[in-house]
Write a protein that binds this ligand. Structure first.
Ligand code: NI
Length: 226
C-alpha cells in the first residue's frame, strides 16, 4: 500500500529542520549505498552519526510517531533513524530495492525494513525532476509532494529518484520495522481502521462500531509480532 500522509511537519517545522540541516556538512551519498546501489547513486547526505542529523532525525521521527495516519498505516515496532538527502545538478538514484536488514547503531541490533517513508522538505516548484518512482504490483507510481508531507510505501518495492535538473530536492527518509510484516495484512488493518473512524463519526459508539473495533484488535493480536 502506498499512502500520502499530509502535514507530518508544518511549514514552520520544515523551515526549522532546513535551518538545522542546510548549513551542515553534507557527504556523498555513495558512502552509504550498498554494492548494487552504489553503481547509480548520485546525491548528498548528512552523515548519519552527525549531531545535526540526530537532532533533526529525532524531531522528524517524533512527529511521524504522533501522526495517526502514519501509525495506522505503518504499525511501527521500531523506526530507524531518519536520514537526510539532497539531490541537485542531475543528482539521481537508479532503480533499486533497499536492503532487507539494517543495523540500528543506537540500539546495537538489526531491524527488518518493512515500510519506507520519504518526507519532503522542500516545495515541488523549487526543483525540476526528482520524482520518486515506486513500482509495486499495481504499477508504477510517481510521487512529488509538498514540504512537510510524506509518502509511505512497502520497502519491498523497486524504486528510484529521477534526475534533478533544476534547483535542489531536499528530503528525509526512514525505514520502519512494522509489528505486521505483511504489506497486505497492514493494508487490510489500515482500511478497517479508517472505516471504523468514519462509522464512529456517523454513529458514535454504537454496538456495531464496538464490534468492528474488537475485530480490528483481534486481527492485530493474530498478526502482530513484538
Ligand atoms: Ni532506496
Amino acid at each position: 500500500m502506498m499512502l500520502h500522509v499530509p502535514e507530518v511537519l508544518s511549514k514552520a517545522q520544515v523551515a526549522q529542520v532546513r535551518a538545522w540541516i542546510d548549513p551542515a556538512p553534507w557527504q556523498e551519498g555513495a558512502a552509504t549505498a550498498g554494492p548494487q546501489a552504489i553503481l547509480d547513486k548520485q546525491n548528498r547526505q548528512l552523515p548519519p552519526d552527525s549531531e545535526v542529523a540526530q537532532q533533526a532525525g529525532k524531531f522528524l521521527a517524533d512527529a511521524l510517531a504522533k501522526h495517526p495516519l502514519f501509525v495506522s498505516a505503518a504499525l511501527p515496532r521500531h523506526m530507524l533513524a531518519p536520514m537526510f538527502n539532497r539531490y541537485e545538478g542531475g543528482g539521481h538514484y537508479g532503480n533499486h530495492v533497499d536492503n532487507a536488514i539494517q543495523l540500528d547503531g543506537r540500539i546495537g541490533s538489526r531491524v527488518r525494513t518493512d515500510v519506507s517513508t520519504t518526507v519532503f522538505l522542500c516545495e515541488p516548484d523549487e526543483y525540476e525532476g526528482g520524482e520518486l518512482i515506486v513500482e509495486d504490483t499495481y504499477g508504477t507510481h510517481e510521487v512529488k509532494l509538498g514540504a512537510g508531507d510524506a509518502i509511505v510505501y512497502p520497502a519491498t518495492s523497486l524504486h528510484r529518484v529521477m534526475p534533478v535538473t533544476r534547483g535542489a530536492r531536499v528530503a528525509s527518509f526512514l525505514w520502519t520495522q512494522s509489528m505486521v510484516r505483511d504489506d497486505w495484512q497492514r493494508h487490510m488493518l489500515f482500511d478497517l481502521d479508517m472505516t471504523i473512524l468514519r462509522l464512529r463519526r456517523q454513529l458514535g459508539e454504537s454496538a456495531d462500531v464496538v464490534s468492528l473495533t474488537s475485530h480490528y484488535h483481534n486481527l492485530l493480536r493474530q498478526w502482530a509480532e513484538l
